[in-house]
Design a protein around this ligand. Structure first.
Ligand code: C2E
Ligand code: MG
Ligand code: MG
Length: 473
């Protein structure tokens, strides 16, 4: 029998007369199945069978239109599992998939049929809840209840391996935002939920965080500062200040180079305000290299002046900078291109640097030490201060943090700590310098306990190089 396309067959009688068409049901179901399959692939996540990003956008559009019509609030929830990557790495992807499946089920079970649970990929899930009422605070508290319910549901133990009875515990961080009507774009809503999720992780995970305009303002401010920092670096708005370091006779033995940002819009910005952000942005790498380079050039310039030729320069190094694979080379480059004497350069490390991968840190310090560079441990006493790492590090100097110096004399516990630090340093053969020395009383107390190097307003504030040279000449 002749068979046309699309499963249509012509019906003919024995004489060959055309009687009509017969539609083969079988072919249609096959085609329908294929279409269904394509639709499924295009709209659902193959692992959990939950809607994917594409279908999520459809549903969200729909939900926002509904909300426009009925003036009821809806909520968008974004969540991810805490430490999912660790599970994947330690137990394997198969276990990871099992967990995601169970999470998908629990999410589905926690919501009503009309609500959407989608998986964006990885361990990231997005939920749309509708019909939260038309009163904002009521809607917010309902949405929060739902989010908390979800958090509880996900925090129950998981059994990932049927053979074993082992139960695993996982938690989720949850970000939440509300919408009414179509005032914001879908992309923006997702971004808000993401910002809230980020905040919940930041606040320590396993919690629900609401997106708020204040949060938005904070994020925007940060983004602006980031831009300004980048631009400022390109426009060469950074400079180094120098603060004297003196010995027990009041002679200047060197200086600490302290970064300043002279912003045309913001004025003189303290490094405490921008160093952490520059670290996060990665700008600290270029900035840190610039600081080192400028400091080395300054050392070289001092060599030509008899009264400055013996000064040492201490330079702060951030954790991210120190852990860069080519950190040793970049210091070498600065020394070579400036021609500075490495023996006059001191790098200030913080305890946070040292805590991460001690073996590698020791090796790097030895490589740099072989060039003649020396090391000080900055802000000593504020961090974890483990004595076992102290004895392993090739350090030259400890800097007693200014929070101790400030409380010296008036607080007997602080005085005792400082005495102990000094005794320990003597035993380890380390020099000690006290930061933040503001009064003679502090200075004299330090000296009486065996600390013979000082830095602080008592001896000089951080100042630009022009002042420094007038001051010290
Ligand atoms: P730090 O390395 O502990 O520097 C000492 C800080 O104490 C400086 O603040 C200095 O101005 C301040 N200070 C010095 N003497 C006194 C005093 O007698 N009283 C008081 N109250 N404060 C005093 P500054 O310059 O604002 O720097 C803050 C921090 O920013 C530095 O702390 C350092 O951790 C970081 N920093 C500065 N420059 C750089 C840099 O070039 N690279 C990196 N990675 N960090 C830097
Ligand atoms: Mg320092
Ligand atoms: Mg310090």
């Amino acid at each position: 029998m002749p068979s046309g396309p699309h499963g249509l067959r012509a019906l003919l009688n024995n004489a060959g007369d055309y009687l009509g068409q017969r539609v083969t049901l079988h072919d249609i179901t096959e085609r329908k199945a294929a279409e269904e399959e394509i639709r499924r692939l295009a709209h659902f996540d193959p692992l959990t069978m939950l809607p994917n990003r594409r279908l999520l956008f459809d549903r969200l559009e729909h939900a926002m239109k509904n909300s426009e019509r009925n003036q009821q609030y809806g909520g968008l929830i974004m969540l991810d599992l805490d430490q999912f990557k660790k599970l994947n790495d330690t137990l394997g992807h198969e276990m990871g998939d099992k967990l995601l499946l169970q999470v998908g089920h629990r999410l589905r079970d926690s919501l009503r049929e009309v609500d959407t649970v989608a998986r964006l990929g990885g361990d990231e899930f997005v939920l749309i809840i509708e019909g939260l009422g038309s009163h904002e605070t009521m809607a917010a508290s309902r949405a929060e209840q739902i989010a908390e319910k979800i958090r509880d549901a996900l925090a129950r133990p998981y059994c990932l391996d049927m053979q074993q009875e082992d139960e695993h515990l996982y938690t989720a961080s949850i970000g939440l935002t509300l919408f009414r009507g179509q005032h914001t774009s879908m992309e923006n809503l997702l971004k808000q939920a993401d910002v809230a999720l980020y905040q919940s992780k930041d606040a320590g995970r396993n919690r629900v965080r609401f997106f708020s305009p204040a949060m938005q303002a904070h994020i925007e401010e940060r983004a602006q500062l980031e831009n300004a920092l980048r631009l400022g670096f390109a426009r060469k708005e950074f400079l180094l200040y120098y603060q004297p370091q003196v010995n027990q006779y009041g002679q200047t033995t060197g200086a600490e180079a302290l970064l300043r940002w002279q912003s045309p819009e913001r004025g003189m910005v303290s490094p405490a305000q921008f160093i952490p952000l520059a670290e996060e942005m990665g700008l600290i790498l270029e900035l840190g290299e610039w600081v080192l380079h400028t400091a080395c050039q300054q050392l070289k310039a001092w060599e030509a002046h008899p009264q400055f030729a013996r000064l040492e320069l201490a330079v702060n190094v951030s954790a991210r900078q120190f852990h860069q694979p080519d950190f040793v080379e970049s210091v070498q480059r600065c020394l070579q291109s400036s021609g500075a004497n490495p023996a006059r350069l001191k790098l200030e490390l913080t305890e946070s640097i040292v805590l991460e991968n001690l073996d590698m840190v020791v090796e790097r310090m030895q490589q740099l030490g072989a060039l003649g560079i020396r090391f000080a441990l900055d802000d000593f006493g504020t961090g974890y201060s483990s004595l076992s790492y102290l004895s392993r590090l090739p350090l030259d100097q400890l800097k007693i943090d200014q929070s101790f110096t400030r409380q010296l004399v008036q607080d007997s516990a602080t005085s005792a700590i400082v005495k102990a630090i000094l005794a320990m340093s003597r035993a380890l053969g380390l020099q000690v310098i006290a930061e933040g020395v503001e009064t003679l009383v502090q200075r004299d107390f330090l000296e009486s306990q065996g600390c013979y190097a000082y830095q602080g307003y008592l001896f000089g504030k951080p100042m630009p190089i022009s002042h420094w040279e007038q001051d010290q000449a």
